[in-house]
Design a protein around this ligand. Structure first.
Ligand SMILES: Nc1ncnc2c1ncn2[C@@H]1O[C@H](COP(=O)(O)OP(=O)(O)O)[C@@H](O)[C@H]1O
Ligand SMILES: [Mg+2]
Length: 306
């Protein structure tokens, strides 16, 4: 792994400020983790409930550092061929067919058409132009700076997790037919997990761990103000306070930041600028997606103690 990479940030504070310029609102803990990940050349493992800004963090770091975002979306059944590279089997077959002499002249006057040896053919069809590059290889081979996002890593099987770990340990890939490819720059790596299963200790050990929970009222207000056009300070404040009070309740599914944003956008469209209990109750279905939660929330919003 090549050292001597120029640092992207001067201080944790600078991370927070520049993230905010890219419309990502971080707190000091997030800023410090990003700063250290950059300085130590370590991946960040961001874990937490859905819709709390895990994927967005990687996108924002890429945007503000001018790096290319390379995303590996994980899913059950993701394997080496889809994560790292595979040979373009169909193209190889076509090349082999083209190689076969067809309609050879009946009476050869000169020497027979020169046929290539298998070794030559093999070297040809296992070369760069038959290689299908997948995100991990793309990130490692990239000439320009890259942010590698390995999204929702908790969805892959344990064997694929081991493959990821191997790549993250060495930042190199060896392709038997082509040799070993080593990253020129250590990419900035963000892994996200929705915490649906426990990740291996080995993977965790390799990473800086960041737990992202629902944001504070202040931070969520900043997010809403930045992402919802035409919303007033007053409405943004009401929205995030109500959302925070709902999250404190015993719900099947607590509303995420995405849902806060959906709700706020809907309220702006409906030209609601003050959230009384009736207006809130009428639009709660943008925030809560379980009937039991809707009933519970409606009851709590209409009770005078609210
Ligand atoms: N700290 C934040 N600053 C700005 N936007 C945020 C923040 N957290 C969440 N969001 C917004 O919330 C939505 C969901 O975030 P996302 O990163 O997709 O969630 P997940 O944690 O599921 O990956 C996105 O639209 C994102 O813009
Ligand atoms: Mg995500």
């Amino acid at each position: 792994v090549s050292g001597g990479q120029t640092a992207r940030f001067e201080s944790p504070k600078e991370v927070v400020t520049r993230l905010a310029e890219a419309a990502y609102f971080a707190d000091e803990r997030i800023g410090t983790t990003v700063y250290l990940a950059d300085r130590l050349g370590k991946p960040i493992l961001v874990e937490g409930p859905a819709g709390t800004g895990k994927t967005e963090l990687a996108k924002a770091v890429a945007a503000l550092t001018g790096a290319r975002l390379v995303r590996l979306q994980c899913y059950e059944g993701l394997d080496e061929a889809k994560a790292l590279y595979e040979w373009d089997y169909r193209k190889q077959l076509l090349a082999l067919q083209a190689e076969r002499p067809q309609g050879e002249p009946a009476s050869g006057t000169g020497a027979p058409a020169s046929r290539r040896s298998w070794a030559e053919i093999e070297a040809d069809i296992f070369s760069e132009s038959f290689l299908l590059e997948r995100p991990l290889l793309a990130a490692i081979r990239s000439q320009d700076p890259v942010v590698l996002l390995i999204d929702e890593v908790d969805r892959v099987e344990v064997e694929t997790e081991a493959l990821l770990l191997e790549v993250l340990a060495e930042y190199q890939v060896s392709i038997p037919e082509l040799g070993t490819i080593t990253a020129r720059n250590v990419p900035f790596v963000v892994l996200t997990s929705n915490d649906t299963r426990e990740l291996s200790e080995a993977l965790k050990r390799r990473c800086l761990y960041l737990h992202l929970d629902y944001p504070s009222i202040e931070r969520e207000r900043a997010i809403v103000l930045a992402k919802v056009p035409k919303i007033t300070d007053h409405l943004a404040d009401e929205v995030v306070r109500i959302v925070a009070s709902l999250r404190a309740m015993d719900l099947e599914k607590r509303p995420s930041v995405s849902e806060t944003l959906d709700w706020a956008r809907a309220l702006v469209l409906l030209e609601i600028d003050h959230l009384d209990a009736a207006a809130a109750t009428a639009t709660l279905n943008l925030l809560l997606k379980h009937q039991a939660d809707l009933e519970l929330a409606a009851k709590s919003l209409s009770s005078p103690s609210q």
